[in-house]
Every structure is written in C-alpha cells, then in structure tokens.
Design a protein around this ligand. Structure first.
Ligand code: SF4
Length: 372
C-alpha cells in the first residue's frame, strides 16, 4: 500500500509486462534497428496494447492484418527480402506456409512466447497418444487461432469458450445430449471431419495461456467427472489427460495477486490495459466481484476528478462514469494492470489520480516505508 494521506493505493504484487511481451517488444525494436533499409512488417498487433503498437507504427512498422485476421497488406505485396515479425501470440501453420512460400525467413524475428509454444508441444504429445484436443480459449483470439492450427495438425481439435459450453459438451460425452447438436453449438470451432461420436472418447484439455485459472480448473474437473462416470474410476485415465497447467506463469501470478487484493477493503479499482487483452479482462472480472472497477487503457481516460471514461468488457463498449471518486478520507484505490501494459502507464494513472487530492505526501515520503 502506498499511503499518500488522503488517498491510498493498493498495488498488486504482480502486474504488468510479462516475459513474453518484453521479449517480443525487444525483438521488434531490434528488427527495426538491424534492417533500416528494409520494409518491416508485423503479422498483427505485437501485443494487445495500443500505446505500444502506435509507437511501433510511428517508427515505420506496418501491420499485415488486424486482430481478427482482416488483411491490411495483401500477401502479393510482400517480397522475399522483407522482414516479418511473428507476434508473441504465435501464428497459424497456414500463415507460416504462405510466408515461407514467398521466401521470407520467419524464424529470425519470431517472437512467439515460449509459454504459447509449450501449449503447442503439449497438444502435439496428446495427439500422438490418440487424444482429441479440447482448447479452452476465445476462438477469435490470435493465440487460440494459432494453437488450433498447430493442434489440428496432430489431432481432432475443438475450441470451447467457457464452463457453460463445457457442460454441454459433457452432456454429449455422457450421451445425455445428442451429438447431432454438436455442429451447431460449436460451429466454426472444430477440425474438419470432427466426428463427435468417436472423437469424444479420449480427450485432453489445453488452454489459451491467459484464461481465468478457476474456470480452467472447473472445466477440467467437469470433463474428468463425466469421463469417470462413463468409463469408471479404474479406466478414466485411458480416456482423459489432465493438463490444466497450460496457463502461463504471468496469468497465474497476476490472478493470484488480484485474489489477494480482493481480501482488502477499498473504494474502487482501476485496471490498466488494452481493451482486447484477454489476461487484463480476467483481472477486471475478478476486481468487479468486489469493487466498483474501471478498465482504462491510459491515464487519458481519466477526464477529471469527477469523470472517467472506461471500457465495459462484457458489453464491449466505452462508458462514462461521473463522481467515481467517493467523497471520504482516505480514498482507497486498488491499482493493477495486465501483462501487455507498460509500467509507465500505471505510473501515469497513479500520478493523475494523485493530482486530484490536496495535501498529499510526496512520492518519496510515500515510498519511505519500503526503503531498506
Ligand atoms: S501472457 Fe503469458 S503466454 Fe502471453 S506473452 Fe505473456 S508470458 Fe507469454
């Protein structure tokens, strides 16, 4: 807790940039430095943070496509000598093949996060042992599209979004619901040729790395219990692979730190991050369980001491809230950020909020208790 007198900030123990994002940004700037005379492209957003992406564009990088796959630069415009950076989410095998066929060297500036690759390796292993892969993820997210593509090479694959869908799938596994509904329910999210009557007999679950850990566990438990009920305690291991550890460390650390914040009494929470960032959205979801929560992508969304412009993740819209700072002393504010948010943005938010209070301690005074 940073105590400034009339306002106190509770900062999460873990927040902000993760290894994968730092690594991706470092490689992107290196690619530009090393290739001043070449065209440098990013396959899609480097990370889900507009500030970082805008900075990269201002330095001359061009995006080939947007987050949902809409193409800005046609493949035919790319030349073998161009530089293409693969983002931290990784990419699909189909896109890898297109780039390779053009003659572009994709491994040189491939920033695919090792924690994403770990999921691909896990699904490869599961595929080799005859499992169907169930991916718990958001099917239109770049990382899940890439994971689906890699998994699909090795095994029948299906993407489910949440526990509600997992329960419906379980009804099909147990025979409680007809598999005829499978193709409507999971439209656009299963491998070509997926046959629910045979492909749901031996399954393994992997995740998009940034999902909500508790939901991931709930889904694995739900499928496991169904398999145990169908095949019996002695045989369920022949039909189910428990692989719930495919969330990445940053997701786990940031969510654990948020659970600690939920034990506190505070007046509001501010969560900083990109609006299409999966891991940030889950931190918001947790904070909303206890505090009035404001999801903003920069300090600029704090209009004044009486107005904040913020994103409602579920409704996918920006809204204005007036009088978001309660009139009391001290005001207690939870402050955290997602894995794709630079720490400087969190600093700016803290300083802007601080400027709305009179007679506050200086930053040095507030930090004094932490000096050794
Ligand atoms: S959130 Fe996790 S998986 Fe994604 S880039 Fe960061 S460390 Fe890698």
């Amino acid at each position: 807790m940073l105590d400034f007198g009339p306002v106190q900030f509770y900062i999460a123990r873990h927040f902000g940039f993760c290894y994968g994002v730092e690594n991706a940004i470092e490689i992107s700037y290196k690619a530009m430095e090393e290739n001043p005379d070449k065209k440098v492209y990013l396959l899609s957003q480097m990370i889900h943070n507009q500030e970082v992406n805008r900075d990269l564009v201002s330095r001359g990088i061009q995006f080939i496509m947007d987050t949902d796959g809409t193409q800005f630069v046609p493949w035919k415009d790319l030349k073998p000598e161009d530089i293409v950076i693969v983002p931290a989410f990784g990419t699909t095998i189909e896109i890898e093949k297109i780039l390779t066929s053009i003659g572009i060297e994709i491994q040189k500036y491939n920033t695919t996060c090792p924690f994403v690759e770990r999921v691909w390796k896990r699904s490869e292993k599961l595929g080799q042992s005859g499992h169907t892969i169930i991916i718990h993820g958001k099917h239109n997210h770049e990382e899940t599209r890439a994971t689906f593509s890699h998994s699909n090479e090795n095994a029948p694959t299906l993407i489910i979004r949440d526990i509600v869908e997992a329960k419906e799938l379980c009804k099909m596994i147990s025979g409680e619901r007809s598999t005829n509904d499978f193709y409507t329910l999971f439209e656009g999210r299963y491998s070509e040729g997926f046959e629910p009557s045979t492909d749901l007999k031996k399954v393994g679950v992997v995740n998009q790395t940034t999902m909500l850990a508790t939901e991931t566990q709930e889904i694995a438990d739900c499928i496991k219990q169904t398999i145990v009920a169908v095949y019996g305690e002695d045989h369920y291991k022949d039909h189910f692979a428990d692989t719930r550890d495919t969330l990445c460390y940053a997701t786990n650390d940031n969510q654990d730190a948020t659970y600690e914040l939920l034990k506190l009494e505070a007046d509001l929470a501010i969560i900083v991050g990109g609006y299409n960032s999966s891991n940030t959205s889950h931190i918001v979801e947790l904070c909303e369980r206890k505090f009035p929560s404001y999801f903003i992508n920069s300090d600029k969304e704090i209009i004044s001491s009486s107005e904040i412009h913020h994103y409602k993740y579920e409704a996918k819209e920006m809204v204005n809230t007036k009088d978001f700072i309660p009139k009391k002393k001290p005001v207690k504010i939870v402050l955290t950020s997602g894995a794709s948010c630079p720490d400087t943005l969190v600093d700016k938010v803290l300083l802007k909020m601080l400027s709305y209070f009179d007679a506050t301690k200086t930053l040095e005074e507030a930090l004094m208790p932490f000096e050794s």
